[in-house]
Design a protein around this ligand. Sequence first.
Ligand code: LIP
Length: 263
Amino acid sequence: MTVLDLDARFSAAKEMALEAGKIAMSYFRKPATLGLRSKGLHDPVTLADLAVDHHLRQVIGERFPTDAILSEEVGGGNACNLWVIDPIDGTQNFARGLGHFAISIAFVSESRCEIGVVYNPATGEMFFAKRGEGAFCNDERLEVRSPTGPEDAIIDAGYSTKLPVADYISMLGRLTAADFGFVQNGSAAMGLAHVAAGRLDGYCELVLQSWDVMAGALLIEEAGGWISGFSAGDDLTQGKAILACALSLRGRLIEITGIGAGD
Ligand code: LIP
């Protein structure tokens, strides 16, 4: 893919995120409009998710008709040039009127994520990165924190009901026994963006999908952090455990969470 082709997709990803944000906010804190459905325990989907997904697919289809799309709500293909989309990451928060959610858009070329955009329309914060060019939030360049140790670190420990709750409680027990602070904020994409921004020191979750992670992972890499997870050639439709953190915490958190030892 030429530089021009990538630049065109980078601009488009940011433009699409803004348009998608307007669609999402037209439903936000309007429960009667959501058409809330459950995909599983604490795993909702709303008409806003579907409307955003539809818009993103329409724009990509018009502007980049040869690219493939993989999204949480519709699924999709795996191809050389692939968009990986979560129309609303943190749907549970969104459905309850909590502002911690994001539109997550990643562009993957030849199995490597080249573009990542995580946009929170409730706060107006657009987190974005193009590989090799740094990570930003609006006009601020991002850098992960360098915590002095567990007592100076807060980890967003995501909870998914797709695994036994005992596994999650056990991981929390190991984190707290090692003097880490933790939160469970309900959006992987936003959690990863906050690690890239130096607001949090790590993100871990025992199973996540590529659409939750891909864009945020590039933010962290470009902000000087480390992340396990979806590497070249992985099947992006299979969930994986994810750990992301400041470099100074990597060894200790791999040991505590059991995530990323091979990465
Ligand atoms: C969510 C993730 C979150 C996880 C939830 C859910 P969704 O994504 O961002 O980290 O704990 O179970 O998977 O479903 O809101 O796009």
